[in-house]
Design a protein around this ligand. Structure first.
Ligand SMILES: C[S@@+](CC[C@H](N)C(=O)[O-])C[C@H]1O[C@@H](n2cnc3c(N)ncnc32)[C@H](O)[C@@H]1O
Length: 197
């Protein structure tokens, strides 16, 4: 579902950039990726994360998808000088319009909890990653986004939600093996998961 105005404000804020920069740096320390690969970002928002990923991991290209055309317009503006390496797509992360085993890495800056069928989203990521490919993620759990205050501010699906154990089971079901270096708390998780051969 598209984000409401308070969350849009947060996504487009300077503080969100700071948080994303920290996540990219955690991922880099967690898992090394050869430059020149094919990357996917789900729920790319305004493209700030895609730009950080281009700089940090130097992929050949990044396919960045989002359902919201207004966010994609912002991303197109931000990534204007990168047209050779970026493909922006209006698409749903639950039905990724890419062939099986076509990506070396997939990036998730806090999108999976936006998906009604989040387990399907994880299976889609497992499907499009090549064996040995990596899913880099930052994900949050209901104690952070569905507490009494946040429920008033932001809108998320409410049925069939996940905490750490369900998220890890969903990764395993999608053929994604969690890196032992991933970090989990009751509020969320930052980590890497490798597509099994
Ligand atoms: C909280 S914003 C995060 C944007 C960006 N990744 C960031 O970290 O700033 C969530 C984004 O996910 C997108 N989104 C929501 N549901 C989606 C879906 N089913 N498929 C793809 N994108 C989706 C929204 O349009 C929005 O841009």
């Amino acid at each position: 579902m598209n984000v409401n105005w308070p969350e849009r404000l947060w996504c487009n804020s300077f503080l969100r950039r700071v948080a994303q920069r920290r996540e990219v740096s955690v991922w880099r320390n967690m898992h090394s990726i050869k430059p020149g690969g094919d990357f996917l970002e789900i729920g790319c928002g305004n493209g700030a994360g895609a730009r950080m990923v281009l700089r940090a991991f130097r992929p050949k290209r990044i396919v960045a998808l989002d359902t919201d055309p207004a966010m994609l317009r912002r991303a197109a503006k931000r990534l204007n000088g990168e047209s050779a390496r970026i493909v922006l797509l209006q698409a749903d992360a639950q039905y990724i319009p890419l062939p099986d085993a076509s990506m070396d890495a997939a990036v998730n800056f806090g999108i999976v909890h936006h998906l009604e069928d989040w387990a399907l989203g994880l299976r889609e990521l497992g499907r499009v990653l090549r064996p040995g490919g990596v899913f880099l993620f930052e994900e949050i759990f209901p104690p952070l986004y569905a507490n009494a205050l946040m429920k008033r501010l932001v809108a998320h699906p409410t049925e069939n939600r996940f905490h750490g154990p369900e998220f890890k089971a969903g990764l395993a079901e999608a053929g994604l093996r969690l890196s032992e270096r991933s970090k989990e708390s009751r509020f969320g998780m930052v980590g890497a998961a490798i597509k099994e051969s």
